[in-house]
Design a protein around this ligand. Structure first.
Ligand code: NDP
Length: 283
């Protein structure tokens, strides 16, 4: 069997086009402000991509660049200003932050209605309770790829490898909300290959290059690879041994071109959703 490849690049492009049409019909431009503290090169690349994609969708995107030695107090003051600005619908603070700044305090300072990363405790709590809120972008993108691939989640056995606050836990909560029977695996899980073999859906988010082997995958299972790992030779690979798993899975996402492009598309969607809800308009 050779798996169907779930083309995240194509799904993300169509979502972005849909959002651009939606924004054009709103009669106003949703505002997204991204704050970048310091000069981490990877963060700078992410922020530029977010800015470009937002502008292409018709979103009023602004990037605030602050020096690496910015005091936590100054960043909190900037967030308070953005919370009070009616033109700002979404606020995103690019992580990681320099060591003198506590990311939890910063995230908690963002107005939950503008928290387009979905990391504020109010949004985390809403997701955990199955209530509406802003959902973190990579997990939201993962669910959209499953929907696009036509995977039936109700009653399916799903395993999430990884329990981080930004990927593993929210993905597990979303799968549960979609009526899957969910196992969350982590570094202390016993016999991970056997746990995976029982699953109809495998979501890999561990940050270990090509850890998930072909013989961990039940015939026909769906594999979503969230991992992004740079190998010493410069190649970009996921957490899944792609070629091996391709031979076992029913459907699989590649890296790059799978979950990655969905993350930014979902950030744009969150910005539009936040704008529409906060301003009380339809569209
Ligand atoms: P974290 O390092 O925060 O979490 C990794 C998780 O994997 C932890 O829960 C850890 O367990 C678990 N883990 C580590 N090693 C093993 C192992 N050998 N067996 C089982 N579980 C293990 O990573 P993130 O969640 O932030 O990211 C995961 C991956 O997703 C990374 O490759 C990252 O680059 C990628 N990513 C991709 C995004 C995208 O846009 N596509 C966005 C965000 C992340 P424990 O809790 O026990 O330590």
């Amino acid at each position: 069997m050779t798996a169907r490849i779930i083309d995240g690049k194509a799904v993300a492009a169509s979502l972005r086009a849909e959002l651009a049409t939606r924004v054009a019909g709103l009669g106003f431009r949703p505002g997204l402000t991204v704050i970048l503290v310091g000069d981490d090169p990877a963060s700078a690349v992410y922020v530029r991509s977010k800015d470009r994609a937002a502008k292409e969708a018709g979103i009023e995107a602004t990037t605030i660049r602050l020096p690496a030695d910015t005091a936590e107090r100054a960043l909190l003051a900037e967030i308070a200003r953005l919370n009070a600005d009616p033109a700002v619908d979404g606020i995103l603070v690019q992580l990681p932050l320099p060591p003198q700044i506590d990311p939890n305090r910063v995230i908690a300072a963002i107005d939950p209605a503008k928290d387009v990363d979905g990391f504020h405790p109010v949004n985390v709590g809403a997701l955990a309770n199955g209530q509406p809120g802003l959902v973190p972008c990579t997990p939201a993108g993962t669910m959209k790829l499953l929907a696009y691939a036509g995977v039936k989640l109700a009653g399916a056995r799903a395993i999430v490898l990884g329990r981080s606050a930004i990927v593993g836990r929210p993905v597990a909560a979303l799968l549960l909300a979609a009526d899957a029977t969910v196992t969350i695996a982590h570094s202390r899980t016993r016999d991970l290959p056997a746990e995976c073999r029982r699953a109809d859906v495998v979501i890999a988010a561990v940050g270990r290059p090509e850890m998930v082997r072909g013989d961990w995958i039940a015939p026909g299972a769906t594999v979503i690879d969230v991992g992004i790992n740079r190998l010493p030779d410069g190649r970009l690979v996921g957490d899944v041994a792609y070629a091996e798993c391709l031979a076992h899975a029913g459907a699989i996402t590649p890296v790059p071109g799978g979950v990655g492009p969905m993350t930014i598309a979902c950030l744009l969607e969150n910005t539009v959703e936040a704008a529409v809800r906060r301003r009380g308009v339809t569209g």
